[in-house]
Design a protein around this ligand. Structure first.
Ligand SMILES: *[C@@H]1O[C@H](CO)[C@@H](O)[C@H](O)[C@H]1NC(C)=O
Ligand SMILES: *[C@@H]1O[C@H](CO)[C@@H](O)[C@H](O)[C@H]1NC(C)=O
Ligand SMILES: *[C@@H]1O[C@H](CO)[C@@H](O)[C@H](O)[C@H]1NC(C)=O
Ligand SMILES: [Zn+2]
Length: 235
C-alpha cells in the first residue's frame, strides 16, 4: 500500500499530463489534415494550384525538372490581395552546396530570411521583424516535408503549410524517408505559438511525376525530360 501511495501524486500528475496532451491532440482545429480542395482562410483550391505549380516551376528556375532530388518550395504572402505575393522560392540544394540540411523547405526559409532582411530589397525588415513575418506566410512544397523540415516550419510559425506528394507515396516509390508524417509533427508541436493549417496532397497529379522515375525505370520522366540510362535529362 505505502508503495502505491508514495507514487500516487506522480501517477496523478502523469495522468493529468496525458489528459492535457490528449486534449491538445484532438481538440485543436489546426492539427487536422485538411482535404486538398478545401477553401482554407478564404483561399480557394484554384489559388493553391497556382502556387503549387509555382513551387514546381522553381525547379526550372533554380535547377532542372529532371534533377534527381526535385524537392521545391514557394513561400507566399496570402495577406496580400488576389493570388497573394511570392516572397521567395527554394529547391533542395544538398548536392549543389554540400550542406545536407538544405532540403527545399529549409533552402526556401533561408532564402526568404535573406530576401526579407535585404537592405536593398523590397522588404528591408530587421531580424525580429523578419522572424515575425513568417506568421503571415504560407509554405508550398511539392512533396510532404520530412520531420526536420516540418519541425522547421513549426518553429518558423508559418500560417499555412501546403504539400503535394505524400511521404507515403515517396516510400512506395522507393525513396528512403524518415517515416513520420507532418501531421504527427504538427500534433506534437502544440507548445509552439502560431498553429499552422496543414493542407495535404494538393495537385498530386502534377507533383507526383517528379518523384516516380528515380527508382522505377518503367515510369516516365517528368515533362521536358527524357531517359538517358537510369537518369532523366532535359530533352
Ligand atoms: C503581406 O502582405 C500584406 C498586405 O499587402 C503586407 O501588409 C505585409 O507587409 C506583407 N508581409 C510580408 C512578410 O510580405
Ligand atoms: C530566392 O528567391 C528569389 C525570389 O523568388 C529567387 O529569385 C532566387 O533565385 C532565390 N534564391 C535561391 C538561392 O534560391
Ligand atoms: C491535375 O488536376 C487538376 C485538378 O485537381 C487539374 O486542374 C489539372 O489540369 C490536372 N493536371 C494535369 C496535368 O492533368
Ligand atoms: Zn526535409
Amino acid at each position: 500500500m505505502s508503495y502505491g501511495f508514495k507514487r500516487l501524486p506522480f501517477i496523478i500528475l502523469y495522468i493529468c499530463s496525458l489528459t492535457s496532451a490528449h486534449q491538445h491532440l484532438w481538440t485543436s482545429p489546426e492539427d487536422v489534415l485538411i482535404r486538398p480542395d478545401a477553401t482554407v482562410n478564404g483561399i480557394p483550391f484554384s489559388t493553391r494550384v497556382h502556387w503549387m505549380r509555382r513551387a514546381n516551376q522553381a525547379l526550372t528556375e533554380l535547377t532542372t525538372p529532371c534533377t534527381f532530388a526535385p524537392f521545391a518550395s514557394a513561400i507566399v504572402n496570402h495577406t496580400a490581395p488576389g493570388l497573394g505575393d511570392l516572397v521567395c522560392i527554394g529547391v533542395n540544394s544538398n548536392s549543389r552546396t554540400g550542406n545536407p540540411t538544405l532540403h527545399g523547405e529549409i533552402a526556401a526559409i533561408n532564402n526568404c530570411t535573406a530576401v526579407l532582411t535585404d537592405p536593398s530589397g523590397p522588404y528591408k525588415l530587421s531580424a525580429s521583424q523578419a522572424q515575425a513575418a513568417f506568421a503571415q506566410l504560407s509554405l508550398y512544397t511539392n512533396a510532404e516535408s520530412c520531420p526536420m523540415c516540418a519541425s522547421a516550419i513549426r518553429w518558423a510559425g508559418f500560417r499555412e503549410y501546403i504539400y503535394g506528394t505524400s511521404i507515403d507515396t515517396l516510400v512506395r516509390e522507393g525513396w528512403a524517408q524518415i517515416r513520420l508524417p507532418s501531421l504527427e509533427i504538427f500534433r506534437q508541436s502544440f507548445d509552439l505559438p502560431n498553429p499552422a493549417r496543414l493542407i495535404g496532397e494538393v495537385l498530386t497529379n502534377e507533383t507526383d511525376p517528379f518523384f516516380l522515375w528515380q527508382f522505377n525505370p518503367q515510369n516516365p520522366c517528368p515533362v521536358g525530360c527524357s531517359r538517358v540510362g537510369s537518369s532523366c535529362r532535359p530533352s
